[in-house]
Design a binder for this molecule. Structure first.
Ligand SMILES: Cc1cc2nc3c(=O)[nH]c(=O)nc-3n(C[C@H](O)[C@H](O)[C@H](O)COP(=O)(O)OP(=O)(O)OC[C@H]3O[C@@H](n4cnc5c(N)ncnc54)[C@H](O)[C@@H]3O)c2cc1C
Length: 456
């Protein structure tokens, strides 16, 4: 449905909204705005398709796909369906104590169809080749009416009280400026605007590095878990391997670890990857028989927050707003849902014609800011609790009183409650164990503790 917009064209910008970055956050926002007949331009520095990390989705992405009439396109693309996820320990030792509710085996898994939530509208989600997925989503935005420039890098943004914000771009050494009413930073971990405005706060807790690549012919078996995302825990603290199906025959593998374990030398880092995989002998044997399809790629130093998510004339979405450890595959879902919530406030401001002399102010994004804070805080707390005592996560997944609530979180339904009761319960138990050195589980506490429940 097209909206009847009450735009006050005091300054007549070239576009109402200028979006930096055409990844999932940028193209989703561009799609919502275009559906509502709001002119927008997307500047993307790369030429798509380009590879990108972040291949395992959660069901909370489905609502966005549905609202953007994109579900059918996802189905036609043939991405593997993801019905669930599983976590394994490196051996039985972690879980071998007699703790009430603990399973005798060492793997824990969930299926999304156990919990039908308001956000997830299907019992599965997808694993995606991000090159293909991001391109499809960006083309969708263009089809809906967004102006998209690829190979155009945003270099700077200028704000002034008397004029519209200006976005400066560079392509083939040519610099251009574009005036817009609102600047959206969707530049991912490059955080163009957050860095320019000095908003970025490095996360004191999660300081991970990752090394990853694709393999052809890894035998994922024939059970119903064949197309699950797997997280395999390693004997090194806070370190794990992801296993994500990309197609029938291609599987993505990556090792995530703390900065201190990562060598400065590239070759040693590749050896490190293989040494980590060796700690899971069954996977190692199968992976050695598979063919590596791409060079190893590294991601570093990637957790941070921002002092604020929006201000006069600007707003941050997706990774440009916040990034937390990817253990629960939350990133693309946060990108899509943050864009969705941001679009609500932007469209409302136009609809109600309540811009301040044609300008967007921070107050126009109050709802966005509070919803995003709530969602990212819940994800952060869940992840922090997991690292602090991952055996507790296992216990909660197996406990019928908590299982569905945990699956709800894992599905990405994190925006509707200030602090879901299951997180309160987990936190209570962790606090008790922290305070009691004689507790059976005290020795299993992880070392990621700094300010973990109070992110900025
Ligand atoms: C190791 C690791 C594993 C991960 N695993 C998962 C996972 O399994 N599941 C999951 O959901 N998420 C995962 N993520 C997170 C996921 O990658 C991100 O959350 C997601 O890509 C965010 O989308 P975005 O659109 O905000 O940013 P991006 O996808 O990074 O898109 C930003 C875009 O902006 C463009 N850009 C940057 N600077 C400029 C500029 N100056 N001018 C113009 N364009 C610019 C970039 O080229 C890029 O295309 C993982 C992340 C890491 C680091």
């Amino acid at each position: 449905m097209k909206l009847n917009l009450k735009i006050m064209n005091i300054n007549n910008p070239q576009f109402e909204v200028g979006i930096i970055g055409g990844g999932p956050a940028g193209s989703t926002l561009a799609s919502y705005l275009s559906q509502a007949n709001i002119s927008c331009v997307v500047f993307e520095r790369e030429i798509f398709p380009r590879p990108h990390v972040g291949e395992s989705l959660v069901p909370a992405t489905n609502r966005v796909f549905k609202e953007l009439n994109f579900l059918e396109t996802m189905e036609q693309a043939g991405f593997p369906h993801k019905y669930g996820a599983a976590w394994t320990a490196y051996n039985n030792k972690i879980y071998s104590h007699n703790f009430e509710g603990m399973p005798p085996d060492y793997a824990v898994d969930i299926r999304f169809d156990e919990q039908k939530t308001s956000e997830s509208i299907s019992n599965y989600t997808y694993h995606v080749d991000r090159g293909k997925f991001d391109q499809m989503l960006l083309e969708h935005a263009e089809k809906l009416g967004a102006t998209v420039y690829q190979g155009v890098r945003v270099t700077n943004i200028q704000f002034s009280e008397n004029e519209n914000p200006k976005i400066f771009t560079s392509q083939d050494d040519k610099t251009r400026e574009t005036s817009v009413r609102l600047v959206v930073d969707a530049s991912g971990r490059r955080t163009i605007l957050g860095s320019q405005l000095n908003l970025k706060i490095k996360d004191p807790v999660f300081n991970q590095f990752a090394i990853h690549t694709w393999f052809e012919g890894f035998d994922r078996g024939e059970t119903e878990q064949k197309d699950y995302t797997f997280i395999h825990f390693l004997p090194i603290s806070n370190s794990w391997i992801w296993q994500i199906p990309i197609s029938e025959t291609v599987t993505s593998f990556g090792v995530v670890t703390q900065k201190e374990h990562f060598s400065k030398k590239k070759q040693e880092r590749e050896e490190f990857f293989w040494d980590c995989v060796k700690t899971q002998p069954k996977i190692y044997d199968k992976l050695k028989q598979a063919k590596q399809l791409r060079a190893f790629k590294e991601e570093s130093d990637y957790s941070y927050g921002m002092k604020q998510f929006c201000g006069d004339g600007w707003i941050l979405v997706g990774d440009a707003a916040r990034f937390v450890d990817p253990i629960f595959s939350s990133g693309v879902s946060v990108a899509l849902n943050s864009a969705r919530f941001a679009s609500h406030d932007i469209i409302r401001a136009f609809q109600e014609g309540n811009l301040d002399q044609g300008k967007f102010r921070r107050k126009h994004f109050e709802q966005y800011e509070s919803i995003l804070k709530r969602g990212t805080k819940n994800w952060y707390e869940f992840i922090s609790l997991y690292y602090r005592l991952n055996v507790l996560f296992t216990r909660f997944v197996f406990d019928p009183r908590h299982r569905l609530d945990v699956i709800k979180l894992l599905s990405g339904d994190v925006y509707d409650q200030d602090e879901p009761s299951v997180l309160q319960e987990m936190r209570k138990i962790v606090t008790e164990i922290e305070q009691n050195p004689n507790h059976l589980l005290h020795k299993l506490l992880g070392n990621l503790t700094a300010n973990a429940f109070n992110p900025s």
